[in-house]
Design a protein around this ligand. Structure first.
Ligand code: TYD
Length: 238
């Protein structure tokens, strides 16, 4: 167990995921937590270059396995450079997508199956799994409508967003299946409600983890004080 806390946000494009993530991070900081925010694919220099390949429409058709391998390549870099060091320092890591997206988009959407995704996940993520994954759930037709209606979006749909409605319906089914398979860790919230109400529900999911983290770090503090005292006594003896 690491002293930090790992929280990931997931959902189809157009569910308001990034807005909710931003507000949750503001809240965590206000509560005095050190927060490291990141996103996937990307979050590191190399990862952002891989993201360009993955999302640029000029990449054209990628073999589904190549797409999955690139997602995990960017993830391996992010884990090494950002996530594991931050968790070891006791920070709260908040990521805009992580491995649940690979299960939903590549496992279900591209129909590679969960066993294949799990094989990559075991090697690359190993025990670095989120403490909490929040999936913003919305009907894919509505999510698409919102994504297209968002005038702040500078670019048009990226390579993966441009996949058809049947693909996005499979992705949503994938998210629902992951939530069913790990209900204690993966939480679904309906994105079909006001921004404030959604944020209230998200905070209610995060708060018990913060309380647990607080208790753990007090135990860690006590342990390290005892260790310090022991080593002072030892050094006096010698
Ligand atoms: P995102 O950053 O949410 O897009 P935007 O910048 O438009 O908000 O995600 C980029 C795309 O990558 C998104 O369509 C989902 C996809 N994706 C996968 O297919 N598999 C993955 O493992 C991850 C992390 C993302």
């Amino acid at each position: 167990m690491t002293p930090g806390l790992f929280i990931t946000f997931e959902g189809l494009d157009g569910t308001g995921k990034s807005t909710q993530l931003r507000r949750a991070v503001q809240y965590l900081r206000k509560c005095g937590h050190r927060v490291r925010v990141t996103r996937e694919p990307g979050g590191t220099r190399t990862g952002e270059r891989v993201r360009d390949i993955l999302l640029a429409s000029k990449t054209g058709k990628l073999a589904p396995l190549a797409e999955l391998a690139l997602m995990y390549a960017a993830r391996a870099q992010l884990l090494e450079e950002v996530v594991r060091p931050a968790l070891a320092r006791g920070q709260v890591v908040v990521s805009d997508r992580y491995n649940t997206a690979s299960f939903a988009y590549q496992g279900y959407g591209r129909e590679l199956g969960t066993a294949t995704v799990r094989a990559f996940d075991r090697v690359i993520c190993g025990s670095t799994q989120p403490d909490l994954t929040i999936i913003l759930d919305l009907d894919p037709e509505r999510a698409r409508g919102r994504a297209l209606g968002d005038t702040r979006r500078k670019s048009r749909l990226d390579r993966i967003e441009a996949a058809g409605m049947a693909f996005h319906k499979r992705v949503r089914a994938g998210y629902l299946a992951v939530a069913r398979s790990a209900p204690e860790r993966v939480k679904l919230v309906s994105a079909d409600q006001s921004i404030d109400e959604l944020q209230r529900q998200i905070r209610a999911l995060i708060e018990p983890l913060l309380a647990r983290k607080g208790r753990n770090s007090k135990v860690e503090d006590r342990k390290s004080k005892i260790e310090n005292r022991k080593s002072k006594v030892e050094s006096r003896k010698s």
